[in-house]
Design a protein around this ligand. Structure first.
Ligand code: HPA
Length: 235
């Protein structure tokens, strides 16, 4: 089984608006649907009802493990910090910085005797990412490569000073979910390729404040990414 984890704008995708299933894991419940033999898991729940800092990431990832998922493409809406990935474009994430706090972000939390320090030299599956990139190019899309994602806790957006600091730390894009989720997927041993799409310039980089892409443009972008992801996983 293969899976797509989606977020903002993706829970509306028609491909997966069909029957919603509920699964109860040892960390709590999660919701998903299956279409074209692919599991689709909306990380904020089907009606986008859970903010980033309140998501039960462990239940979401454990649900995929319990369903026997062997490969994941995870998709994230982000704000742009550098021109590597500007608003209206999408690309592959190569690495991340995790500044989120007070979240359940590990399966090795001391509740068992198993002390484990999972290596993160390569946070994402390179071959899966390459397959996604190839399919994107085949579909006529240009995509950004090698993006660095910084995870903030949210739910508030950043200050301009924070964004300047994150840029000097090496971040290209900012969001509130990837670090936690990617860490758990890696601990669970599920190969993961992360795709980010930008819906705004981050705080302080746009003279008009933070302004987001129109819904229609987001929907188009998301549907392009979804089609490429489905094709990539349909092998
Ligand atoms: N900051 C944090 N998360 C985001 C942003 C942003 O500017 N845009 C989309 N997700």
């Amino acid at each position: 089984m293969k899976a797509i984890i989606g977020g903002t704008g993706i829970d509306k995708d028609q491909r997966f608006s069909s029957k919603i299933e509920r699964i109860v894991t040892k960390y709590g419940e999660a919701f998903y649907s299956v279409s074209d033999d692919i599991v689709f898991l909306p990380r904020h729940r089907p009606s986008h009802s859970v903010p980033p800092h309140m998501i039960n990431y462990k239940a979401n990832v454990q649900a995929l493990a319990d369903l026997g998922v062997e490969e994941v493409i995870s998709i994230y809406a982000v704000g742009s910090i550098t021109r590597r990935l500007s608003p209206g474009r999408f690309g592959l994430v190569r690495d991340f910085i995790d500044l989120a706090y007070s979240r359940e972000n590990t399966f090795f939390d001391g509740s068992t005797r198993d002390v484990r320090h999972t290596p993160f030299v390569e946070p994402f599956d390179r071959l899966l990412g390459a397959r996604f990139a190839r399919n994107a190019v085949h579909a006529g899309s240009s995509l950004a490569l090698d993006c660095v994602y910084i995870t903030t806790n949210g739910p508030r957006l950043e200050t301009p000073a924070e964004i300047m600091a994150y840029r000097s730390m090496g971040a290209d894009v900012v969001g509130m979910t990837l670090g936690t989720e990617a860490a758990l997927l890696k601990e669970a041993g599920i190969p993961n390729a992360a795709v980010a799409y930008s819906i705004n310039w981050a705080a302080g980089l746009d003279a008009e404040g933070v302004s987001f892409l129109e819904d229609e443009s987001v929907e188009k972008l998301v549907s392009t990414i979804m089609a490429i992801a489905v094709r990539t996983l349909s092998v």
